[in-house]
Design a protein. Structure first.
Lengths: 149, 344
């Protein structure tokens, strides 16, 4: 599809803000158009990166789980981490990637809860790696808010 | 709007039996928080040989909202603080009978000639930022200093050592019920907050619950004329309000200029001076982290409302995008640093 989705969304938002909004009456309507335009500018940031962000996160979480499975004492959790580490993304559709991302993040929450209270020699290193992953994740998903001036 | 004007005029006639020729005009919906439908209008009537004209605000319960709150809480907060000199609109009527406007509502004075700043701009207040900041933090200090019993506000009591757990339980429940996807940063925050409880509250205060940049009206001379949106008010630790007001989200992601008004150290100093309370750094850190989590809970809830279709107000969609991103980043950074600190 051309023009690209992000280009169109940003363009539409610009048209709404600059051309349509000034023609509208009513504070609530104007405010809503502003909010919709801002949202479109953010969705425009998301559409191009959405699949890549989720795919990369899934790769990183599987690698973390493969490493953690060899370290932790809880056999049940280790088994599930090992199993999750071998899964693959069969589709690159965002909803499919979201589903695997959700499953992996549920396990990550469990793993982090174990690592952060563990006094084992591996715990500090693993906890640090989980935080590095999460810091990278929130940064990759960052939105730039277009200033309203 | 004509139908609403007509029905509201009938309501006013019921509330003001001595008034005649009641007219309701210029009804327009405004953005007044995502939890109530807010309308601005002008009411006029004859009374005692005079024509009275009064600009009013009507706040009506929506079908579904960003935050499920009781409108009488907000109304009673206005009623309690209005006589104290704190700038709040005068509350006029609270109505729960559905026969008038289908849903409960309340009516209050309209503050005219004023504006609210947007927290989503780098410099929302321009040259009057410092003047507003001094009032903003001082008013919050006065709310913290007020005696809830003397104010006559009836709210659920809480013990000083239970303020933190009650609020944390409440917002964790919101996340449990409303999350559309797993929230590793929010969950890490909840675990940290439970492992590191704050000291008991120095005093039990009225907590506004959403005291921040964007929730007050000011005139062009830089005077704060109304503190709004009391719908989440409750009794609790006054540091809860302080840290919500100072949250980086309301300062365009700048922790050092909370609310885009005054530097952080000056803001905290003004609050201490007005409240007569001392800020314990350990408690401050706990409530800062808690408030970013509370924010996440609110944005997660907004996303659920929008996604489920129960409320398609676009503000709910936007709320669940940008503020979620900011609070996830703020919390991840803080918690990663605290984790390193604890391991050192």
């Amino acid at each position: 599809m051309k023009p690209d989705a992000d280009v169109m969304l940003a363009g539409f938002a610009g048209t709404m803000l600059m051309d349509i909004a000034p023609q509208l009456g009513g504070e609530y309507t104007l405010g809503s158009v502003g909010i919709i335009s801002m949202s479109m500018l953010m969705v425009a940031q998301e559409v191009d990166r959405a699949a890549d962000v989720r795919y990369q996160e899934n790769v990183q979480m599987r690698a973390l789980f493969a490493e953690a499975a060899k370290l932790i004492d809880d056999k049940n959790l280790a088994g599930r981490l090992e199993a999750a580490s071998t899964t693959k993304d069969e589709s690159l559709r965002v909803r499919a990637l979201d589903a695997s991302n959700d499953a992996l993040k549920k396990l990550l929450i469990e793993l982090q809860a174990v690592a952060e209270v563990s006094k084992a020699p591996w715990a500090a290193g693993l906890e640090g790696k989980i935080w590095d992953f999460l810091l990278g994740s929130v940064e990759a998903r960052r939105f730039v808010f277009p200033s309203l001036g | 709007m004509e139908e609403l004007a007509k029905r509201f005029a009938t309501y006013l006639a019921h509330k003001m039996p001595k008034a005649s020729n009641i007219e309701v005009a210029d009804v327009s919906r405004i953005h007044g928080g995502a939890s109530r439908e807010t309308f601005r209008l002008n009411a006029a009537w004859d009374e005692g040989g005079h024509r009275v004209v009064r600009p009013l605000i009507l706040r009506r319960d929506p079908v579904a909202s960003l935050i499920e709150t009781e409108r009488d809480l907000e109304y009673n907060a206005y009623r309690a603080f209005h006589p104290t000199g704190l700038p709040v609109p005068e509350p006029l009527y609270l109505e729960t009978d559905l026969k008038w406007l289908d849903r409960p509502f309340f009516v209050m004075e309209q503050i005219v000639g004023c504006a609210a700043g947007s927290p989503f701009t780098p410099d929302p207040y321009g040259p009057i930022a410092q003047k507003l900041g001094k009032q903003f933090w001082t008013h919050l200090g006065h709310i913290a200093a007020a005696d809830p019993e003397k104010l006559g506000l009836k709210m659920d009591p809480v013990a000083p050592d239970e303020c933190w757990s009650r609020e944390l339980d409440k917002w964790e429940k919101v996340i449990d019920e409303d999350e559309l996807c797993p929230q590793p940063v929010a969950r890490a925050a909840i675990r940290w907050l439970r492992r590191n409880p704050p000291p008991p509250a120095q005093k039990i205060s009225v907590v506004h619950g959403d005291y921040r940049s964007g929730n007050f009206l000011f005139n062009p001379e830089g005077e704060i004329k109304a503190i709004l949106d009391w719908e989440m008010c409750h009794l609790g630790d006054p540091l809860e309000d302080l840290c919500w007001a100072a949250d980086p989200l309301w300062g365009f992601d700048n922790k050092e200029l909370p609310g885009g008004m005054l530097p952080r150290a000056e803001s905290l100093r003004l609050w201490q001076e007005a409240s007569g309370l001392k800020i314990d750094p350990k408690a401050l850190r706990w409530w800062e982290i808690f408030n970013s989590l509370k924010g996440l809970a609110i944005w997660i809830s907004a996303g659920k409302e929008y996604q489920s279709g129960s409320n398609r107000d676009p503000i709910l969609a936007l709320s669940s995008i940008y503020p979620t991103d900011v609070h996830n980043r703020v919390l991840a950074k803080e918690l990663a640093a605290l984790s390193k600190e604890a391991r050192a």
